[in-house]
Design a protein around this ligand. Structure first.
Ligand code: GDP
Ligand code: MG
Length: 163
């Protein structure tokens, strides 16, 4: 059985970097809901012997501070509905920010199945931020570096039972 994984999280944490690393074929822009057109990208992903659909949430980057929360909420809820599991990514170098807490609340309220990923985790500078992730109450974060391709085998181990 295949599954769909949605990558969610605030702008600039590295969602698209991971999406691009996982995807072997871009499938579609998801455009069946007004307002989120072009904001969800779908791809056929490969991780080891796993094959699945991955969704990248974009469209937050150009939002203003005032519109960001509403857009985050709408997009994340939409992605959660489409996905079997969400990979909630934060920036381990920055640690947990207020916006990350907002995402955690949305995911909790939606009862989404969540994999927590501490990205930009290469090097010791990320150690404290990785630990902060436990405070979100979403379990143990996977230590990931999307840019350097680190932590993918840990991600595989978590996704394998879902497939
Ligand atoms: P998105 O807005 O969440 O989709 O984030 P992007 O994928 O566009 O990445 C935002 C920035 O973070 C870019 O400059 C990336 O090169 C950088 N980035 C992504 N992954 C990593 C990582 O693992 N380590 C570091 N140091 N930088 C990263
Ligand atoms: Mg992006």
């Amino acid at each position: 059985m295949s599954f769909t994984l949605a990558i969610v999280g605030r702008p600039n944490v590295g969602k698209s970097t991971l999406f691009n690393r996982l995807v072997c074929k871009k499938l579609a822009l998801v455009d069946d809901q007004p307002g989120v057109t072009r904001d969800l990208r779908e791809g056929a992903a490969r991780l080891g012997d796993l094959r699945f659909t991955v969704i990248d949430t974009a469209g937050l980057e150009e939002a203003t501070d005032e519109s960001l929360q509403g857009r985050m909420r709408a997009l994340t809820e939409r992605a959660v509905e489409m996905a079997d599991v969400c990979l909630f990514m934060y920036d381990a170098r920055m640690g947990i920010m207020p916006a990350d807490e907002v995402f955690a609340d949305i995911l909790r309220k939606k009862s989404a199945k969540v994999i927590l990923a501490a990205n930009k985790s290469e090097g010791r500078a990320a150690d404290a931020g990785v630990i902060e992730g436990f405070n979100l109450g979403l379990g143990e974060p996977i230590r990931l570096s999307a840019e350097h391709g680190e932590g993918l085998s840990e991600m595989y181990d978590v996704l394998m039972p879902i497939s």
